[in-house]
Design a protein around this ligand. Sequence first.
Ligand code: GDP
Length: 285
Amino acid sequence: MAAAGQWHRMGRLFEKAPALGRWPRVYSTSSAFAEVLRLPQKQLTKVVYPLREMAQYLVGDTGSGLIEQRLFDPSLEDIARAESVFEATDRNRIEYLSSAVRLDHAPSLQQPEVCFIGRSNVGKSSLIKALFSMAPDVEVRVSKKPGHTKKMNFFKVGKYFTLVDMPGYGYRAPEDFVDMVETYLKERKNLKRTFLLVDSVVGITKLDNIAVEMCEEFSLPYVMVLTKIDKSSKGYLLKQVLQIQKFVNTQTQGCFPQLFPISAMTYSGVHLLKCFIADVTGSLK
Ligand code: GDP
C-alpha cells in the first residue's frame, strides 16, 4: 500500500469528501465550466468525475473497493474556483517561460512546480493544451511525430505555480533523456508533484515502469493520469482502470492511490485534475 508519508501532504481539499446528490450552486465560474454545470446530472458526472461514473458499474466483488475509494473528491464549487487559476487575465498571466535541456538552464523560481512526464504519444501535449484552454496565448506544441519534445518546457501560471512539460520518453527520445529527467526529478527543490501519464488504452508499459521506478527511487510524490479515456468502450476502460489501480495499490509507495482518468478530447476529468493541481500547489488558499 502507498506509504502515507509520500502522498499525505495534500492541500486543503485532500480529506474533503462532500456528500453529493444535489449539485451545490456555484456563484462564480468560467464560462466554459458554467456550460459544464448546465449538463444533465449523468453527463456532468461523466465529464467532471469520470472515476465516480466508472465506480457505479462495479458490482459485487469484481474490483469493488478498488476504485471506489476517492480521496480527492472536491465539490463543484471548489472545482469552479480552481478554474480561475487556469484562466488567463491581465492579473493572472499564464505564459510560456523558457525551455531547457539541462537543469542548470532551468529558470530559477521560488513558486511551487508540477511536472508532466510520460512516453511519447501518450497525450501529454494534448493534456497540457487542455489545461491551458483558457489561456489561448500559450502555445503548446502538439506533436504529429512521436518523440518531438526534447526539452523541458516551463510555463508560468500566474503567481501560483510553474508547470513543466518534460520530454516524452521512448521512440527517438533524446539520448540524454534519462539524465535530464532524472536530474530534474532528483534535484528540483520546488517540485511539488509529478504527473505520470499512462495511456489508458495501452496500460502500463515497460517504459512507464522505468518512470515509476524513477519516481519511487527518489521518493517523489507522484500521480498517475490515465489518458485518452474517450477511445475505449466502457467495459474495456473499466478493465484497464482496475488493472492499473491494482498495480498502484500493490507495486508503488509514492503514487497517490487515486487515479486520474482524463480525455483531452472530451475534457472528461480535466476539470478535476486542474482542481487537484491547484490544491497541491496551494493555489486555492
Ligand atoms: P505527446 O507525444 O505525449 O505529447 O502526445 P500528443 O498530445 O501529441 O498526442 C498523441 C496523439 O494522441 C495525437 O494524435 C493526439 O491527437 C492523440 N490524443 C491525445 N490525447 C487524446 C485523447 O484524450 N483522446 C484521443 N482520442 N486522442 C488523443
